[in-house]
Write a protein that binds this ligand. Structure first.
Ligand SMILES: Nc1ncnc2c1ncn2[C@@H]1O[C@H](COP(=O)(O)OP(=O)(O)OP(=O)(O)O)[C@@H](O)[C@H]1O
Ligand SMILES: O=C(O)c1ccc[n+]([C@@H]2O[C@H](COP(=O)([O-])O)[C@@H](O)[C@H]2O)c1
Length: 210
């Protein structure tokens, strides 16, 4: 990594945000001594059905609650303010303009990076920023390098770093299912987010009914 200043961009649907997201963002920030990590809730996640996702306001609020206690964490509305699919390429253009002196690192789970060749304008994206892919349980480094990423050139692969972080086996899908089944979600996500979910009765209906 160069000695230039750097920031991390942590994009996600965050429906809801949980400790899996927070752990990887903090692990990457401290490992690379980043100035900050900006959490970017998607407006309409490109690879998900937007109509099945909670409102942008709920997801933004939960992300703000979850990140409030970390002075290095920030939050951006760049994607929820934009209409149409929330392509990372469009957001990165904006962040490059806003932070011309910083190196930009897009932080993602390793399971998401394996599909990078299906992302909008992925070739340009890989020239514009570095990707830091945190392994989550079930994804090994060798599997990822050998199989899913084999379409990429050596130069493109150089802009992707796969790192291991303390694994937390939690997903937003699992949390939503637990809420529906009236199971505890305690210790899977910050208490403030848990309280928000309870207060506004989020996730009680089946995903297709949202
Ligand atoms: N437990 C986890 N460990 C590591 N990375 C994670 C974890 N959960 C999510 N991520 C990563 O965080 C990013 C944003 O994830 P997202 O908001 O879609 O949450 P999710 O839990 O993966 O949701 P879903 O269950 O709907 O797939 C993605 O790059 C994803 O790979
Ligand atoms: O730009 C794309 O084509 C693209 C395709 C899939 C995922 N992403 C981004 O990757 C991040 C994680 O996505 P998701 O669907 O797992 O929440 C989020 O910021 C998405 O906008 C971006």
């Amino acid at each position: 990594m160069s000695k230039r200043k750097s920031i991390g961009i942590m994009g996600g649907t965050f429906d809801p945000i949980h400790y899996g997201h927070l752990v990887i963002a903090e692990a990457v920030r401290s490992k690379y001594n980043m100035d900050k990590v900006i959490f970017v809730p998607s407006g309409c996640p490109p690879h998900k059905n937007c109509s099945n996702v909670s409102s942008a306001m709920d997801r933004y609020t939960m992300t703000a609650l979850a990140t409030a206690t970390n002075r290095y964490f920030d939050i951006s509305t760049v994607e929820i303010d934009r209409s149409g699919k929330s392509y990372t390429y469009d957001s990165l253009i904006e962040f490059k303009k806003k932070y011309p002196k910083h190196d930009i690192y897009f932080i993602t789970g390793a399971d998401a990076i394996k599909d990078i060749t299906t992302w909008y304008n992925y070739e340009k994206l890989l020239e514009m920023c570095y990707f830091i892919a945190a392994t989550r349980p079930g994804y090994t480094l060798s599997n990822l390098k050998n199989k899913e990423l084999q379409m990429l050139s050596k130069k493109q692969l150089e802009n992707i770093e796969i790192i291991e972080v303390p694994g937390i086996e939690v997903s937003s899908t699992d949390i939503k299912r637990r809420v529906r089944e009236n199971k505890s979600i305690k210790y899977l996500l910050p208490e403030t987010v848990e309280d928000y979910i309870t207060k506004y009765d989020l996730y009680l209906k089946k995903e297709n009914d949202i």
